[in-house]
Every structure is written in C-alpha cells, then in structure tokens.
Design a protein around this ligand. Structure first.
Ligand code: PLP
Length: 394
C-alpha cells in the first residue's frame, strides 16, 4: 500500500531502533561534505596508502579467480597467519580451526559478540568517551548499556575502582577499547590486572577491541587476553583497518574460546556467510610478507602526536597526552561553547573539521576529537587556524 504519511512507517520500526539517535559524527560530516578546501582532523582513518604489495596481490587474486565464497570462518591460511601473528605480538595462543573467526571489520565482530552473549535486559559495561558504535550495538543486541566515565585528569585511565561501582547482578559483559578512540588513552598492565580480577570475581566476559594495538608511542600495548586467567573469558578483536591502512577492505577477526567463537560463527554464517574473499587474500599478504614496515608508520604518527599535543597545549586547550591510536581529545569547555558549536564555528570560520566530543558519549561534552591521521603540513596549518579561532573567541 502506498502512503505519504511517513509517521505510519515510523510506527512500524522497532522501538529500540527508533530511539537510537543518529551518529553525531555522521551529522557533522554531512555538513563537512558540503564545504570545499577543508583541513580535516575528523576522519578516523589512516592517511597512509594501503601497502602497494597488498594492493598488487589483491589484483592477482582477482585474476586468479578468488571470487567465490570461502568457508564461513574464513580461509584457513588466513586464520593460521592470524594465530601466528597474535601469538607473536600479543602472547596469546589460539587454535586457527576453532577459535578464530574472520569478520567484516571489527565492526561485525563487535556486533556478533554482543548478540551471542547478551540476553534481553543484561547489562553491558563499557567506558566513555568511546567509539560511537558501542552504545547502539549494545542496544541492537537488546542489552542495557552502562557507561563508566573516564576522566582527563588521569589520562582517561580505566581502573577496577571506576568499574566496581557500576556492577550489578545483571552485568554480563565488559567492553574495553585500548588504545582508545577518541581519547588516545592506553591501559597499563597493572590496571589490566585489577580489571581482570574484577571480571573473574563477577564472572564477566570481556570483549576487547584492540584495533589500534600497534599504534602506541611511549610504551608497548598489553592485551587483557594475555593476563593470566583471562584468555578463557575474553573475546579479543583486531583487524586490518588501522595498522595496515586497509579500512575499505573491511577485514577484522575475533579470537575467543571455541564455544564463544562457535556462537559468533552461528550468527555470522546466517547473516554474512563469509568476509570478502579478495580481502581475505589481501590480508594473508599483509600478514605474511615483510615488505610493509608498521614501525615507520608508527614513528610518523609519534612525530605528529608530539606536534599536535604540544600545539594544543600552547593554544590553551588542555589535553591528556595521547599514548596510542591517532587522536587527541583536548578540552574546550572553558571557552564557553558547547562542543558541537565549537566544532561548527571552527569549520565555518576556519575551514578546519574536528569532531565534537559529545559524539562519543555524554562525558565527551566539552571536548573535541582531533585525528592526526593527516599530513604534517595539514596539521601545521590546522593548528595555526585553531589558534586564531581560539584567540578570537576567548
Ligand atoms: N573499533 C574502534 C575503536 C574504532 O575506532 C573503529 C573504527 O574507527 C572500529 C572498531 C571499526 O573498525 P573496522 O574498520 O575494523 O570495522
């Protein structure tokens, strides 16, 4: 039946979907896309090209006819390469046959894990400010999102004490993301040990999104799955979007005890079948050939981190020093504008795009996310313009 009454369609959409607001990032970038000559500190994706040998091998795969489905779990050769990489890098061993699942980005892995673990009404604990999809993904899985606020005074650190006050008998899952989007915070082994103890005491499963693991600047990343006792209650997630600059390949994976992995696989096989075959081939190339040096990319990000952090502080925007990922999250609250108004005016008056902190949860209000995944020249110009803007509104 044809109708012009849009309300009648709204009434048909599931309540929990209607109630979820659109992503603050998307709204903002709809405005950015209407503008020209913008310096963007907005997008959370590497400005580096996907390594050439990966792109070249993708073309060869196509030529050789890698255009059919793979097994639901993904190519065994890729899972074996991932098992070897995860063991070497994160010091945790997983069985390629039964514990590793190839997904369409970490995004799909997050969705699968939540849907596999959460019964309607179960509480899922996560820390804010956080990646924009966490809260909606919990709601899509019919869970109840419970946010723990981290604070700039202590570098957006997450501790056992912060989490403890929010645990109830309905808490089932704890979601972690370090290095963190949007704050650039990391987690220390000591803090992880406290969090691990808490997870054991309350029998929580931990979903650990470690997509930025390779991008740390002052100390090495530690995975919660490597803390004694945690491998068997952790769903470890990683992917190729950030450290290999392969966002468009949409490649991620989860490593988890066989029963949990199987539950995720069940949803994946009915909803996705498998991840893209050529992307899986490309990921084998990325993991097994040494041509690409992540270390060089990390050095460049470190140089930019140092510059952006110091510039923000000099401009008068206090900022917790980012220790990982490629984001700085300075405070703008004292300048008297909401984070959305600040970002909009910065965009309109100085042609610099950065994301309002409120997009990352309520406690992100009063902050701005500046991604330094762009060239040093762009960053220098962006900081000059931001200084002008701050001086004008102060
Ligand atoms: N997790 C975090 C913390 C992210 O920042 C992002 C993307 O920005 C994702 C997951 C999504 O990654 P993917 O491209 O693997 O789906």
């Amino acid at each position: 039946m044809k109708t012009n009454d849009s309300k009648s369609h709204l009434n048909r959409i599931a309540r929990h979907i209607v109630d979820i607001p659109r992503s603050g990032i998307r709204d903002f970038f709809d405005i950015v896309s209407t503008k020209k000559d913008i310096i963007s500190l907005g997008i959370g994706e590497p400005d580096f090209d996907t390594p050439w040998h990966v792109r070249e091998s993708t073309m060869f795969s196509l030529e050789k006819g890698a255009t059919h489905y793979t097994s639901n779990r993904g190519l065994l050769e890729l899972r074996e390469a991932i098992a070897a990489y995860v063991k070497k890098t994160f010091k945790v061993a997983y069985d390629a046959e039964s514990e590793i699942l190839i997904t369409v980005g970490v995004s799909e892995a997050l969705d699968l894990a939540l849907r596999a673990l959460v019964n309607p009404g179960d509480e899922v604990l996560y820390h804010e400010p956080c990646y924009v999809s966490y809260r909606p993904s919990i709601v899509f899985a019919h869970g109840v999102p419970v946010a723990v606020n981290t604070k700039p005074e202590n570098g957006f650190r997450l501790t056992r004490e912060l989490l403890e006050g929010k645990i109830t008998p309905r808490t089932r899952v704890l979601m972690l993301n370090f290095p963190n989007n949007p704050t650039g915070a990391i987690v220390t082994r000591e803090d992880l040990e406290g969090i691990a103890q808490l997870a054991e005491e309350h029998d929580l499963i931990v979903i650990s999104d470690e997509i930025y693991a390779e991008l740390t600047y002052d100390q090495e990343h530690v995975s919660i799955a490597s803390i004694p006792g945690m491998r068997d209650r952790t769903i470890f997630m990683h992917g190729f979007s950030k450290a290999w600059a392969m966002t468009g390949f949409r490649m991620g994976y989860s490593c988890a005890p066989a029963e949990l992995s199987e539950a995720m696989m069940k949803i994946h096989q009915y909803t996705m079948l498998c991840a893209s075959t050529i992307s899986q081939k490309a990921s084998i190339e990325a993991l097994t050939k040494p041509e690409f040096d992540i270390g060089e990319m990390v050095s460049e990000y470190r140089r930019r981190r140092n510059f952006v952090y110091q510039s923000l502080v000099d401009i008068g925007l206090p900022c917790a020093k980012p220790l990982g990922a490629f984001y700085a999250f300075p405070k703008i609250e004292h300048l008297g504008l909401s984070s959305k108004d600040f970002a909009l005016r910065l965009l309109n008056e100085e042609n610099v795009a950065a994301v309002p902190g409120s997009a990352f949860g309520e406690c992100g209000e009063g902050f701005l996310r500046c991604a330094y995944a762009t060239s040093m020249d762009n960053l220098k110009e962006a900081m000059i313009r931001m200084k002008k803007f701050v001086e004008r509104i102060r």
